[in-house]
Design a binder for this molecule. Structure first.
Ligand SMILES: C[S@@+](CC[C@H](N)C(=O)[O-])C[C@H]1O[C@@H](n2cnc3c(N)ncnc32)[C@H](O)[C@@H]1O
Length: 366
C-alpha cells in the first residue's frame, strides 16, 4: 500500500465536485466490502468457489434478492469477476479474482483490507454523538463505537503482530529479545491490548513468556480472552479489565508494551508512569504509535490525512470521554510523545530503527 506521497493540493470548485463524487463511490465500495465481510460472502466464495446468487445465498443463509444485488454491485464496481454478464440473471456466476483472498478473507494476511471497512463502519456509528461532542466539548465513550470498531482495529493490527512483533519489533531491542528468550520466564505487560492479538503473538513468539494484558474496555477484554483460548495460549496470557493508569497496578515486568493506544488516553502520562513503575530499573518500555510528521503542514500526505481522519471521527472524541483529558488525538507528534515520557519520569526516549509506513517505535528508558 503506497500511502506516502499523494499530497492533495487546493482544487477548483469543479475538481472538488469530482473529488467528492469519487469519495462517495469509494465510500459505497467500502461499505459493500463491509457487507461482504460480515455476511461471509467473500469467505464462502473463497471456500466454495464461484457462485450464482442462489448458490451464494444458500451457502451464507442470506436472502437471494439481496445477495444478487450485492453480487451485481461488486461486479459493476470491479471487485468481483462475472463469467458472462449477458447470461440470464439466475445463471450469472461470480468469482473472487485470483489473490483477492489475501485482501478480503485471510485475517492474518499482511494485505488484509476488509478490516478497513469494519473500522470505518465503527467510526461513523456514533455520528450523531460526534456532532454533539463537537458542540459541547465532551467525548464519545469507546464502547459507543461498538463491535465494528473493535474488530476493525484488531483486524488492522493483527497481521502486523503475527508477522512482525516477535520477528522484527521486539528484536530491534536485542537485550529485551534475549531476556524474553531466556530463563526464568520473562513477564510482559501489554497495555491497551484491545482484542489481545499482540499478547497472543508475544506468547507464540516467546514460548515461555507470561503476558498480562490491561484494557479499560470490557468487551475487548472478553473477546481477548476468547482469542487467547482459541490460540492455545490462555495458560500464559491473562487479560485484566483495568485502567492501565491505575496507581495501584502492581507487578514486575521485563517489558511493558503499548501499541496504538497512548494517543487515545485521557491521561497518557499516568499510564506511562505506571509502565515505568512496572518495569523497574531493569525492564524496558516500548510504545508503538502513529508515525506522523514533526509539524502541522497543509495540504498533508496520505498518512497525515489518514491520521487526521481517524482523529476527528474516533481517537480525539474517545480520548475526551474521560475528563480531565489532555486531548491528544491520533496526530501524536514525536515532540508530544517525548513530552509525555519526560513528565512520566523516563530518563531517555529513543526512536527504534524499524521500517514501517505508519507506526513509530519508541523505546523509553526508566
Ligand atoms: C486503538 S485501540 C488499540 C488496541 C490494540 N493495542 C491494537 O493495536 O489493536 C486502543 C485501546 O486502548 C484502550 N485504552 C484506552 N485507555 C486505556 C487505559 N487508560 N487503560 C487501559 N486501556 C486503555 C482502549 O480500551 C482500546 O482497547
Amino acid at each position: 500500500m503506497d500511502t506516502t506521497d499523494s499530497v492533495v493540493a487546493p482544487a477548483s470548485p469543479d475538481a472538488l465536485v469530482e473529488r467528492l463524487f469519487n469519495a462517495t463511490l469509494e465510500a459505497m465500495d467500502l461499505f459493500a466490502v463491509y457487507l461482504g465481510d460480515r455476511l461471509g460472502f467473500y469467505r464462502a466464495m473463497s471456500e466454495g468457489g464461484p457462485a450464482t446468487s442462489a448458490e451464494l445465498a444458500a451457502r451464507t443463509q442470506t436472502a437471494e434478492r439481496y445477495t444478487r444485488e450485492w453480487l451485481e454491485q461488486q461486479a459493476v464496481t470491479g471487485i468481483l469477476a462475472v463469467d458472462d454478464a449477458g447470461a440470464p440473471v439466475d445463471e450469472r456466476r461470480f468469482a473472487l479474482p485470483d489473490g483477492y483472498e489475501a485482501v478480503l478473507v485471510d485475517p492474518e494476511s499482511p494485505s488484509a483490507m476488509a478490516p478497513a471497512a469494519l473500522l470505518m463502519a465503527g467510526c461513523v456509528k456514533p455520528l450523531a454523538q460526534l456532532v454533539d461532542a463537537f458542540r459541547s466539548g465532551a467525548g464519545v465513550p469507546y464502547e459507543d463505537y461498538g463491535v465494528d470498531l473493535l474488530d476493525g482495529q484488531a483486524g488492522f493490527t493483527r497481521p502486523q503482530f503475527v508477522h512482525q512483533l516477535a520477528q522484527d519489533w521486539i528484536p530491534a531491542m536485542p537485550d529485551v529479545h534475549a531476556r524474553l528468550m531466556s530463563s526464568p520466564p520473562a513477564r510482559v505487560a501489554d497495555v491497551g491490548m484491545g482484542l489481545g492479538w499482540s499478547s497472543i503473538a508475544i506468547a507464540k513468539g516467546y514460548p515461555d513468556v507470561q503476558v498480562d494484558g490491561f484494557d479499560l474496555d470490557a468487551a475487548s477484554v472478553e473477546a481477548a480472552r476468547t482469542n487467547a483460548e482459541a490460540a492455545g495460549v490462555a495458560d500464559r496470557v491473562t487479560f485484566h479489565h483495568r485502567d492501565a493508569g491505575d496507581p495501584d497496578l502492581a507487578g514486575r515486568y521485563d517489558l511493558a508494551l503499548a501499541v496504538e493506544c497512548i494517543h487515545d488516553m485521557s491521561d497518557p502520562v499516568a499510564v506511562l508512569s505506571a509502565m515505568r513503575r512496572l518495569v523497574g530499573d531493569a525492564g524496558a518500555v516500548m510504545v508503538v504509535d502513529e508515525k506522523v510528521a514533526d509539524h502541522f503542514t497543509a495540504p498533508g500526505d496520505d498518512i497525515e490525512r489518514f491520521m487526521y481522519g481517524f482523529s476527528i471521527l474516533h481517537c480525539l472524541p474517545v480520548g475526551m470521554a474521560e475528563q480531565p483529558s489532555v486531548g491528544t488525538g491520533t496526530v501524536m507528534r514525536e515532540s508530544t510523545m517525548r513530552g509525555y515520557a519526560g513528565e512520566a519520569g523516563f530518563r531517555a526516549i529513543e526512536v527504534l530503527p524499524i521500517a514501517h509506513d505508519s507506526f513509530r517505535f519508541y523505546r523509553l528508558t526508566p
